[in-house]
Design a protein around this ligand. Structure first.
Ligand SMILES: [Zn+2]
Length: 380
């Protein structure tokens, strides 16, 4: 048990109140005014805590904010990555109000994803300020608001900021065993548009080019790319084709969910997808990639980054574990760029995007301690 941990444990109730306050703002990604309400609260918090704040105005989603402490201090910044949007529509809170059960779990929409992560970020910095221990190094918090729709607007902002950082701390939830996430699969959705030629199925079937039959052959080819043992999956998940029963179908579209553990496998699949050629002469194939996040690899850089985190955490009396996820986060972007990245730094809990979504409140002080310790002791 460290003194820093004792300090944050003595603030557990205040952190719980803070989390409850954040959950009280309902922030579905595409409801800009609702998200701006929390954005406004965050901005005033950042400023009150002494940060310089830059705003990135957005049309469709809540504005992004970049808060900086000690901007002129030497060394590369440590950058927290948080998103204030959730998957829950307005009204969820009225149906499922925030509650704390007898085991000290706080239930509420967006509690674990990721208002708990925001809570520990703010408290790690607040705590260090209160103790007069905020280290003289650049500390950044990049707040986005579109993670739950694939960071379609924030991706370039995240990449630009991350390129200047020496360490990126992604505040997505820990696992339910409180483990960090030191790998995430690459995730992407390929869209396949297949253009054939329509024809009457009775009068002139031979004059048609059947896009469904073309799709069927492509689907089998894609399915054969699955390599579950090595973490590669290629799943045809959506298909739409044809119009009416007596017409050879001109158009078929499909979506293919691709996931890989390594950058190499990611590139291999990309190669195959970009070079698909039609089985049926005359058919036209269009392939495009959407919502792509390359893998956060469990490579040497990740192993070294995690090893330092574990060593620092343990020196403050914490137990540090690692695990991974088949799903992506904004950490995929930064890790894929080769920037040292730690993910799953939010509190312990479970039920992301589900009805049993909750935060284990006792983990809030532990995570705030870990973050504060990383800020104090991290060496590049
Ligand atoms: Zn999240």
């Amino acid at each position: 048990m460290s003194e820093l941990l004792t300090f944050f444990q003595s603030h557990q109730q205040a952190m719980t109140d803070y989390l409850t306050k954040l959950v009280s703002y309902e922030t579905p990604t595409l409801d800009k005014p609702a998200v701006e309400a929390l954005g406004g609260f965050m901005e005033s918090e950042f400023k009150q805590m002494g940060a310089a704040v830059t705003r990135y105005p957005q049309e469709k989603v809540g504005d992004f904010l970049l808060a900086k402490w000690n901007a002129d201090a030497p060394g590369k910044p440590i950058m927290f990555l948080i998103h204030i949007d959730t998957v829950w529509p307005i009204g969820t809170l009225a149906e499922r109000p925030t509650r704390i059960d007898a085991d000290g779990k706080l239930f509420g929409p967006g509690a674990i994803d990721m208002k708990g992560g925001i809570t520990v970020t703010m408290w790690a910095i607040k705590g260090l300020i209160e103790r007069g221990e905020l280290p003289n190094r650049p500390i950044w918090v990049l707040m986005t608001s579109d993670e739950e729709v694939g960071s379609i607007y924030s991706e370039p902002v995240i990449k630009e900021a991350a390129a200047q950082a020496g360490l990126v701390l992604v505040m997505e939830p820990a696992t339910k065993e409180e483990a960090l996430k030191t790998w995430r699969k690459g995730v992407g959705t390929y869209h396949l548009d297949i253009h054939g030629r329509p024809s009457h199925a009775g009068n002139a079937p031979e004059q048609g080019l059947n896009s469904v039959i073309e799709f069927a052959q492509q689907a089998l080819k894609l399915h054969a790319l699955n390599d579950y043992k090595n973490g590669t999956s290629v799943s045809v998940t959506v298909v739409k084709g044809g119009t009416v029963f007596n017409v050879i179908p001109e158009f078929t579209s499909a979506q293919v969910d691709v996931r890989t553990m390594t950058a190499r496998a990611w590139g291999d699949i990309q190669q195959v997808m970009e070079n698909l050629t039609p089985f049926i002469p005359g058919i036209k194939l269009e392939v495009s990639l959407h919502h792509a996040r390359g893998p956060m690899e469990h490579n040497d850089l990740m192993k070294a980054t995690y090893a330092q985190c574990k060593q620092i955490g343990e020196s403050y009396g914490l137990t540090i574990r690692e695990d991974g996820s088949g799903g992506g986060s904004d950490g995929n972007f930064t890790a894929h760029m080769g920037i040292p990245t730690l993910d799953g730094l939010g509190p312990q809990g479970d039920g992301l995007h589900a009805l049993h979504e909750h935060v284990v409140l006792a983990s809030l002080p532990r995570r705030a301690t870990l973050l504060a310790a990383l800020l104090k002791d991290w060496k590049f």
